[in-house]
Ligand binder design. Structure first.
Ligand code: AMP
Length: 314
């Protein structure tokens, strides 16, 4: 029995299923979480299916969360999507159920759960959920809302089919989802849309990005700067991909100063592997898209040097 069959059989055995995802959710976190929840509600109307976690931070056009009590976890099956390590699970009661399943597409550096399905070849966790449905259509029933959510997750994590993780399977599954008739141009537009403040910050990023002769890029967004542009950390997700549009840039990092004084590091690459750097600095992620933390400007400089080194080695 493969892991997908094991997960399906486990789902069929439980009456209450609670689905979690990571903190600071992106479209793939919410898409995979609530897309799966919708499929399960549609397929098993007698079961109670919850989607839980903290604030959805500007992504309320995708989904809302449910409120659950500690008692709801008793005897329940818990599924966590799109979350590589347990400390990042939003709502730490995820381990209070009777059984725990991890479904994810990040490298499985910190396994957790009784059943683990990790596919690092998948563009997104939403693609994995779409494949799960596609392979078990006799039991799992898709609907328009689930398709919308999963499509949003795939679009979010592939940069609208731009990044190398996009495969023929990704496109086939996205096409199957489109057949359910949701408004795809609308969701594309919602994901692409930025506020005027973020638009002005984009101008700053392009003007102040430092790029060395081998294509390593960096920009630092201090607290003072974020305040002057009227943006908060969660909005910086919209500007992380911008340096990649520049032809000379091969790998880059955006250092976002936090109110506590440390820097959240958002790293991206067009080829050189950067997640090993992230792992050395309290982070992790995919080979070409990772996140880390720098205690101060000294560590910021070290991370930038390590990006330069990764480019030289590639
Ligand atoms: P971000 O720049 O926050 O969009 O993150 C890019 C990728 O890196 C995502 O796939 C995250 O899962 C991963 N990531 C970000 N921050 C961390 C962290 N502190 N620890 C582990 N993985 C992270």
């Amino acid at each position: 029995m493969n892991v997908q069959e094991e997960i399906l059989q486990t789902i069929q055995r439980y009456q209450t299923i609670i689905i979690h995802r990571h903190q600071r959710p992106d479209p793939d976190a919410l898409g995979s979480q609530v897309g799966l929840a919708e499929i399960l509600r549609n397929s098993f109307p007698d079961k109670t299916i919850y989607q839980v976690g903290g604030p959805v931070e500007g992504l309320d056009y995708l989904a809302q969360m449910h409120t659950v009590t500690d008692e709801d976890y008793q005897g329940a099956l818990v599924i966590v999507t799109d979350t590589a390590n347990a400390p990042r699970v939003s709502d730490q009661r995820y381990d209070k159920g009777a059984k725990l399943i991890k479904i994810d597409h990040h490298p499985n550096d910190e396994p957790y759960g009784d059943i683990v399905w990790v596919n690092t070849q998948a563009s997104s966790c939403s693609e994995m959920i779409a494949a799960f449905w596609s392979d078990h259509q006799e039991i799992l029933k898709m609907n328009k809302e689930a398709a919308r959510l999963l499509y949003a997750g795939i679009v979010g994590d592939t940069g609208r089919f731009l990044y190398p993780a996009t495969t023929a399977t990704t496109l086939r599954l996205a096409a199957d989802l489109l057949d359910f008739g949701f408004d795809a141009p609308k969701i594309n537009r919602q994901i692409d849309q930025i506020s005027s403040s973020v638009a002005r910050l984009s101008g700053y990023v392009y003007e102040h990005l430092e790029v060395d002769e081998i294509g390593a890029g960096k920009v630092i967004l201090s607290q003072e700067l974020q305040q002057s542009f009227g943006v908060v950390d969660s909005e910086t997700s919209a500007i992380v991909s911008l340096p990649g549009k520049i032809e000379d840039v091969l790998a880059w990092a955006i250092f976002v100063e936090q109110p506590e004084g440390y820097y959240r590091v958002r790293m991206r690459s067009k080829g050189p592997v950067i997640n090993e750097i992230a792992k050395r600095h309290h982070g992790g992620g995919h080979p070409l898209a990772s996140g880390a933390n720098a205690a101060d400007l000294e560590e910021v400089a070290v991370i930038y040097q390590e990006i330069q080194e990764a480019i030289r080695q590639a």
